[in-house]
Design a protein around this ligand. Structure first.
Ligand code: AMP
Length: 286
């Protein structure tokens, strides 16, 4: 008889019993692939025998009036990019297959999912967690890679995996940026050249927060003021929030040297809503 007293031991024993030898690394996306997505695949390839990517524009994470219908779906070029960067299995389910019936059970993102982006987009993170949980059950990966670009999403997925003991680990990979600092996003293609320039205010505001922190500023409100001052210089950029938060709980930072801070921001530039963030305290301070 095999005895297991930890979940890791149990999984190890069960994997052996099942004869699993293949580590699956999973990269869930909504497509319109760019170098940010490619970096997640590269990260997955480091530890996986098989890399699975999903492309699914999940209707349940879009609110009424959001950009679900106009979200880009360049499936042919996505297939090419995915195959070139080393995806082994590309999963592109139809909505009717993902949601054959109305929802009875959904995943609640709780308090953390009601803050910041969750406040501006009610129900968004419940939709995200529900589809991610479904995809985990469908793909059954050993680990999944998410981008720091969607920091609140990454924190919530990590919390879901921890709280309900999903049998996989979550890897969070760094943000890939354009040369001028703009965080890569599938939505950047909506920006006109003028808006594209204005959008740089987000990464500049975050850089200002980062340098305030590096210069020793530890008052979170003062760091927010440094970021907001940059954003105020671009009146055409309509700011949803710029905040210094604990990167796990997404509570507004209140001080204290051991907090794991991030500066997060979201803003609309024309019709396009962009989000970005920067980690303030680095891993070696955590
Ligand atoms: P999306 O297709 O926008 O839903 O994103 C799919 C995954 O790619 C998520 O885990 C995102 O956080 C990640 N991602 C999006 N943009 C970037 C980026 N610029 N750098 C790194 N990862 C990203």
């Amino acid at each position: 008889m095999i005895r297991a007293s930890t979940i890791a031991d149990l999984h190890g024993s069960l994997a052996e019993a099942r004869g699993h030898r293949v580590v699956i690394g999973f990269v869930p996306t909504m497509g319109a692939l760019h170098r940010g997505h490619v970096s997640l695949v590269e990260r997955a390839r480091r530890d996986a025998d098989l890399v699975v990517m999903s492309i699914f524009v999940n209707p349940r994470q879009f609110g009424p009036g959001e950009d679900f219908t106009r979200y880009p779906r360049p499936i042919k070029s996505d297939e090419r990019i995915a195959s070139e960067c080393g995806v082994d299995v590309l999963f592109t389910p139809l909505t009717s297959q993902m949601y054959p019936a109305g929802p009875v059970v959904t995943i609640s993102s709780g308090d953390v999912g009601a803050r910041w982006d969750g406040k501006v987009r009610p129900g968004h993170f419940d939709g995200v967690l529900t589809v991610v949980a479904k995809l985990f059950n469908i793909v059954r990966p050993g680990f999944a890679v998410f981008g720091q670009k969607d920091l609140q999403q990454a924190a919530l997925v990590s919390a879901m995996v921890r709280d309900i003991d999903m049998p996989l680990s979550v890897v969070v990979a760094p943000i890939v940026r354009e040369a001028d600092g703009l965080a890569m996003s599938s939505r950047n293609r909506f920006l006109t050249p003028v808006e594209r320039l204005r959008a740089l205010a987000l990464s500049r505001a975050l850089a200002a927060a980062r340098s305030a922190y590096s210069d020793g500023q530890r008052d979170p409100r003062a760091i927010e003021a440094a970021g907001n001052a940059v954003l105020a210089g671009e009146p055409e950029v309509s700011v949803d929030y710029f905040a210094v938060v604990d990167r796990n709980t997404f509570e507004s930072a209140t001080g204290g040297p051991t907090e794991k801070w991030a500066a997060i921001t979201a803003a609309r530039v024309g019709k396009t809503r962009l989000i970005d963030n920067v980690l303030l305290s680095q891993a070696d301070e955590d």
